[in-house]
Design a protein around this ligand. Structure first.
Ligand code: ATP
Ligand code: MG
Length: 413
């Protein structure tokens, strides 16, 4: 037997309704906030991700699905959405259509990670990217959409963590300090962090290893090194969140795994999920558009992990019935009429099933129950002779007789 690749999932017909429901909520919320969908390729030239996410990040160093195509070009299955959206924003001159540009995407992402609960090699993200303003109102717009969406989805105890990681003006000073501090504790860091403390010291703050956590707790705070502009930006963002009464926690160690972030970074956590408790995250990236070759345009983005969000929803959602009508035919002589009524009902947009396995009447009713149908149309040989049929409301049990040309009018869907 051939199995699916490690770290991937089959989303089965039984659970797809949860995905459809989540996607419908996402699209509705995006419409409400004025975000429009963009669909970019699932693979891009490798150097797009190297340039944007950063060479010395976990994703680029070890998690990318990279391959040479038949033309010898290095391609990579997208590990995240922002780089590709920014590429498309620049390439298609979306700035020309006016700013702010408010875009969203939905789809699979690929990272070669160690699979575990809530961590897969193919997973799905919903994300938004908002281009065109240096104002904290842009950050707030993105955070508010994410917050509202989690509330509507029913993940109410989600915790918003925010931080500012500064800009190319103020961060280098902090990084210098961080490097010298980390050098002192080198022996107490994991192997990965020993390397990162030189190549990309900010990443050390993101390390989940316990022994590194101990060192991290004593490190200086980035917030104490912010320049006036970054500091004011952060204060003003918090003011807007306060106006909306959106609760947040300031998390001075929050840095996120991408190099492109400037100023604001944030994360939404749901603690019941254990180690993989981040169900969404994002930040501001004022230099990325330029980095990818566009005219300098500040921007903010957010990405939600859809599998983890659905794990957080748990069994809070009720499945809606998936069919409206089941046609029960009693005896062979009613089968022809059942076929006609089946087509008629479906042509009217009614979700309809009938038996095609030649089941007994009892088994047909059982199947109707299993499918959780709202109505049964019952074709009995005696009634049919008088052109009459019965319609049974499966919730109330109420049954009415109709002329065969009139039963459709008896459905209340
Ligand atoms: P983590 O800290 O869990 O590794 P991350 O910082 O790598 O997350 P992002 O790249 O910011 O995550 O992606 C945004 C969201 O996508 C995460 O908050 C998470 O919900 C989800 N996500 C990231 N990686 C995976 C994965 N391998 N499998 C499932 N969901 C993921
Ligand atoms: Mg990760």
């Amino acid at each position: 037997m051939i199995s699916r690749p490690k770290g991937t999932n089959d989303i089965l017909p039984d659970e797809i309704w949860r995905w459809h429901k989540l996607e419908a909520m996402i699209r509705k919320e995006c419409a409400c906030f004025g975000f429009k969908e963009i669909r970019t390729p699932i693979f891009e030239e490798t150097h797009l991700f190297q340039r944007s996410i950063g060479e010395a990040t976990d994703i680029v160093e070890k998690e990318m699905y990279t391959f040479l195509d038949k033309g010898g070009r290095s391609m990579t299955l997208r590990p995240e959405g922002t780089a590709a959206v920014v590429r498309a924003f620049v390439e298609n001159n979306l700035k020309g259509a006016g700013l702010p540009a408010k875009l969203y995407y939905l789809g699979p992402m690929f990272r070669y990670e160690r699979p575990q609960a809530g961590r897969y090699r193919q997973f799905h993200q919903f994300g938004i990217e908002c281009f065109g303003s240096l104002e904290p109102a842009l950050d707030a717009e993105v955070i508010m959409l994410a917050h509202e969406l989690y509330q509507k989805i029913g993940v109410k105890d989600v915790v918003l963590k925010i931080n500012s990681i500064g800009c190319p003006d103020c961060r280098p000073k902090y990084l210098e300090k961080l490097r010298s501090e980390l050098a002192k504790y080198k022996d107490r860091l994991c192997e990965n962090c020993q390397r990162r403390s030189i190549t990309n010291p900010l990443r050390v703050l993101d390390c989940k290893e316990e022994k590194c956590q101990e060192v991290i707790a004593d490190l200086p705070h980035l917030q104490d090194y912010l320049c006036d502009e970054c500091s004011l930006h952060f204060t003003n963002l918090k003011k807007i969140l306060d106006i909306w009464e959106l609760p947040y926690v300031e998390e001075p160690r929050l840095v996120r795994g991408f190099d492109y972030y400037t100023k604001t970074v944030f994360e939404f956590c749901f603690d019941d999920l254990g180690a993989q408790n981040a169900i969404g995250a994002g930040g501001r990236y004022d230099k990325l558009v330029e980095e990818i070759g566009g005219e300098s345009t500040p921007a903010v983005g957010f990405a939600m992990g859809m599998e983890r969000t659905l794990l957080a929803v748990g069994d809070k959602w009720q499945k809606e019935p998936e069919i409206d009508l089941y046609i029960v035919s009693i005896g062979q002589e009613t089968k022809e009429e059942a076929l006609r009524q089946l087509l008629l009902a479906r042509r009217h947009g009614i979700r309809t099933e009938m038996d095609i396995l030649n089941r007994s009447v009892k088994a047909q009713f059982k199947q109707a129950d299993r499918l959780d149908t709202k109505y049964c149309l019952i074709l009995g040989p005696d009634e049919l002779k008088d052109n009459r049929v019965k319609l049974r409301n499966m919730q109330s049990g109420e049954e009415s007789e109709y002329q065969i040309s009139e039963w459709l009018g008896g459905l209340k869907l």
